[in-house]
Design a binder for this molecule. Structure first.
Ligand code: PAF
Length: 276
């Protein structure tokens, strides 16, 4: 734990002033892009960055460009004060928490539009989502100039899309994916879990349980997609958006469900040792 206050940059110029010495030293800079409302999954990314990087930057920006009409942009949980304390305790060097006008200043008109991978799974249900993610991350990479950016494997498709963007645009950084962090009962941590009532949270457990059943089915030679679909279709109180098997940096079984007004995604790797 540290009692040092965490420096917070609000503007691109403030980031540059704070990072100039690290850029000049050639530090390995690790960036953890977030939308805040930190949970143990975010903190695990920050700790991983702290272990391998000389300078650790966390960005906190609820990116309007990755939310569709009618999605949860306006109610997305926000707790900058609590987030800053949690990041400081891990020894993060800089929190970049810009206003929207700093990320998308007047005249901003360049979008990163990832291809086929962004149109399936999540992309089929959230058409411009990955365009928003790819654009904001590319801009953050330009502002912070990290050598590595760290993301949770829970958003496996996001990781795969960003790896494609980095490869296609020859951006000078690595994308590192870290394992999904789960509550003791198996629910993958997500800032959106805060929307769930106690009863809904209980219903939501059907998602990780179905994926576990799919993994077990795969290991015994059955079709994992069929097993997960049957389990989720039979689960009370859930609406299944999709379950699919896809190569997302490893053979992955991915699903999305809605519980009340909350949309949850999760995935498991089918191949031992595959993945990030
Ligand atoms: O995973 C998230 O929280 C967001 O999609 C990200 C990567 C911070 C981009 O806004």
């Amino acid at each position: 734990m540290t009692d040092e206050p965490l420096p917070i940059a609000r503007t691109v110029d403030e980031v540059a002033a704070a990072l100039q010495p690290a850029w000049e030293r050639g530090d390995r800079i690790g960036l953890v892009p977030t939308m805040g409302a930190f949970h143990a999954g975010h903190l695990a990314l920050m700790r991983a960055a702290r272990e391998t990087c000389e300078t650790v930057v966390v960005s906190l920006f609820v990116n309007p460009a990755q939310f569709g009409p009618g999605e949860d942009l306006s109610r997305y949980p926000r707790d900058e004060g609590g987030d800053a304390l949690a990041a400081a305790a891990i020894g993060v060097d800089l929190l970049f928490a810009p206003a929207e006008s700093e990320v998308y200043p007047p005249g901003f008109d360049t979008w990163v539009d990832p291809g086929a991978l962004a149109t399936v799974l999540e992309g089929a249900f959230r058409p411009d989502h990955f365009r928003g993610v790819a654009t904001v991350c590319t801009r953050l990479f330009g502002i912070v100039r990290p050598k590595v950016a760290l993301f949770g494997r829970k958003d496996a498709q996001q990781v795969a899309v960003l790896r494609q963007v980095v490869r296609d645009l020859a951006l000078p950084l690595e994308i590192e994916a870290r394992p999904t962090v789960r509550d003791e009962d198996g629910l993958a941590l997500s800032s959106r879990n805060r929307y769930l009532s106690t009863d809904e949270r209980e219903l939501a457990l059907a998602l990780p349980r179905a994926l576990d059943a799919g993994l077990a089915a795969h290991r015994s030679g059955e079709d994992p997609v069929a097993v997960v679909r049957a389990a989720l279709e039979a689960a009370p109180g859930l609406t299944l958006d999709y379950v699919e098997r896809a190569d997302l940096g490893g053979d992955t079984l991915a699903a999305a469900v809605r519980v009340g007004t909350t949309r949850l995604i999760d995935n498991v790797l089918l191949a031992d040792g595959a993945g990030p």
